[in-house]
Design a protein around this ligand. Structure first.
Ligand code: TSX
Ligand code: MN
Length: 592
């Protein structure tokens, strides 16, 4: 199989620690994966769905206490506390190792330990990185086989090289003993007592963001929480943008955007390279080049429909694993809130209880059938708008980097930073206001720099400094923008139509990148002249609407600047002086 000494030692040590009954190597063959699917169905881990309507599709229900990432039980471990971030949990490396080793003792007795060799990025590309996940969960194996490239081809590419060690056991699924520990300095991840995606598919958030961000800092590249989108103009030229948004801003929707009719008619097309993670490097041409290291979409199901995101929905019609959605017992298909207006009459909810669309709780509120964080795990190859550059070993060149958030009043529809460092500042002050669905507290601002708050593998101030350093290495810098699709009027209605019409904003962004359009200076950066946003074919949107959407209110921003300073202080000593400089410049412009 392999002669890689580090790998063989890792497996021997883990066998001795976890005491599995047997060890199975995942070779990546369809035959082996099929056997595992059959076994999972027999063991009631998976439910086989209607193979005519949804070929290769399965449903999984997690235990009810294990439905989301657990940020309060997720740790960045390092020798020195300051090398982690004040906004994340820290444990000392030795102490955490000891705790985890105690928890893993004998935990796989009576179970099989699967060895998953996986590649983040196309196998063999020099930008790709390899991980080995050892797990006792078939669900993890089958999800990893969608989300990453797995099997013997990865072992071949690994040779005697280095890899990220990952150890996972669902153990007893105990909430009290649930820990997701990262050891960036040891290239290691340990996860126990969960079987939910973000906690256990170690290639994704754990490796491709937390460990990789640390590797990027050390090796001079960047691991970012960004979608990558290609925009093709009528001449057939394709420009690429990468965009970071906090959760609940529709990142997957933007990644699979469908142009509005008038753009389609002119010949515009959009291509999805990635919906969640971008690994970004400086190319020989001095531009930034980005790859999506994943091989699948782990998307939120509720709200996904033929209007909001047809490409995502179509991606889930074959070879997909659904988690915690509604099971329609009449035809063995799946359903979730916001799929369509016809909930099944004879169904099981995400907990496996009898359910139909008409059920109400004691307060008269409809009882949800799917969990709000229910998911689909779908192969990228299923996506109708997947970019032909998806597997390109060098990635795609970035024209623009876009940050964004959900702000009712503060941020305009779009603005451009004045230069790279100002752009880093714009990313560092990213924030979203909570919606009613999330916590009950509406309109509370949560700072989420570069959408990386839960995902930086080291000190946030050092992470900002790394962004500034990268700027110096990039001769042909992408321009940096901020967007906000969520401004509301005085009645609380969204002003901007959003969704496909966001292409009208991306169009302006690309025009700015090519120096084809002027812009208006404001204290926070450049905003469009209203006439320069194409509103052709939009009902109810006029130049005055764009004018309104692009106003920058000084008083609102003065308060914002106070919040930013407070947040920087919270992040501690290592926030770079360049960013305090940008804050000072902003304050000066606001006072003028
Ligand atoms: O994903 C969204 N995007 C990006 C799309 C490419 N959503 C959904 C957010 C939750 C995941 C949006 N919601 C967007 C958006 O641009 N904008 C809005 C707000 C909005 C909601 C509904 C309407 C308009 C704006 N209009 C009607 O429902 C008719
Ligand atoms: Mn994400």
């Amino acid at each position: 199989m392999t002669t890689n000494k580090k790998l063989l030692t890792f497996i021997e040590e883990t066998k001795a620690l976890c005491n599995p009954d047997k060890v199975v190597w995942i070779d990546g063959s369809e035959a082996q994966l099929n056997e595992l699917r059959e076994q999972a169905v027999k063991e009631k881990i998976l439910i086989k769905l209607n193979q005519e309507k949804l070929p290769g599709c399965y449903l999984h229900r997690t235990t009810v206490n294990d439905v989301a990432r657990v940020e309060d039980r997720t740790f960045i471990c390092s020798k020195v506390k300051e090398d982690s971030s004040p906004v994340n949990n820290w444990m000392e490396t030795g102490e955490a190792m000891k705790m985890m080793n105690d928890l893993f003792k004998g935990v796989m007795k009576g179970r099989t330990m699967y060895v998953i060799p996986y590649s983040m990025g196309a196998v063999g590309s020099k930008f790709s990185k390899i991980g080995i996940e050892l797990t006792d969960s078939i669900y993890v194996v089958l999800n990893m086989a969608i989300m990453t490239r797995v099997g013997n081809k990865v072992l071949d590419a690994l040779g005697d090289g280095d890899f990220v060690k990952g150890l996972h056991s669902y153990a007893e699924l105990s909430e009290e003993k649930r820990y997701i520990c990262h050891f960036p300095e040891e290239n290691t991840i340990m996860s126990i007592n969960s079987n939910y995606g973000g906690n256990v598919l170690l290639g994704k958030k754990c490796f491709a963001l937390r460990i990789a961000s640390y590797l990027g800092k050390t090796e001079g590249w960047m691991a970012e929480h960004m979608l990558i989108l290609g925009i093709e103009n009528p001449k057939g030229e394709i420009k690429y943008v990468a965009a970071a948004f906090p959760s609940a801003c529709g990142k997957t929707n933007l990644a699979m955007l469908i142009p509005p009719e008038i753009y389609k008619k002119k010949g515009y097309k959009c291509w999805c390279v990635g919906d969640d993670i971008a690994w970004i490097r400086v190319g020989e041409d001095g531009r930034l080049w980005a790859v999506n290291p994943e091989n699948g979409f782990f998307g939120v199901a509720p709200g996904t429909n033929m209007k909001s995101n047809p490409n995502a929905l179509l991606s889930t019609r074959k070879n997909t694993i659904f988690t915690n959605v509604v099971e329609n017992l009449d035809d063995e298909t799946v359903w979730w809130e916001g799929l369509d207006k016809n909930p099944p009459k004879n169904a099981l909810d995400w907990k496996g209880n009898p359910w139909n669309g008409d059920m109400k709780d004691e307060n008269g509120k409809p009882i949800k059938g799917a969990h709000p964080n229910s998911r689909f795990t779908a192969p990228t190859v299923n996506c109708p708008c997947l970019s032909d550059q998806f597997e390109a070993p060098d990635g795609v060149p970035l024209s623009a980097i876009i940050f964004g958030g959900r702000r009712a009043k503060t941020a305009p529809l779009v603005y451009q930073s004045t230069d790279w460092n100002n752009g880093v500042f714009v990313g560092s002050i990213m924030a979203s206001e909570t919606t009613a669905a999330a916590t009950g507290a509406v309109g509370v601002v949560r700072r989420d720099p570069m959408a990386m708050r839960p995902f930086v593998g080291y000190n946030m101030g050092d992470y900002f400094a790394h962004w500034i350093e990268m700027g110096k290495k990039v001769k042909n810098q992408p321009k940096i923008f901020n967007v906000n699709w969520f401004r509301t009027d005085d009645e609380g209605n969204f002003i901007w139509p959003g969704f496909g019409d966001n292409l009208r904003v991306l169009d302006w962004i690309l025009a700015r990148c090519e120096d084809k359009v002027d812009a208006k200076e404001t204290p926070i950066g450049y905003v469009p002249y209203a006439k320069d946003i194409n509103i052709e074919g939009l009902e109810g949107v006029t130049e005055a609407t764009i004018e309104d959407l692009t106003t920058v209110d000084k008083e609102t921003w003065k308060k914002e600047a106070e919040g930013i300073e407070k947040f920087y202080k919270e992040l501690g000593e290592r926030v770079p002086k360049e960013l305090y400089g940008e804050l000072a410049k902003l304050n000066a412009k606001l006072d003028k």
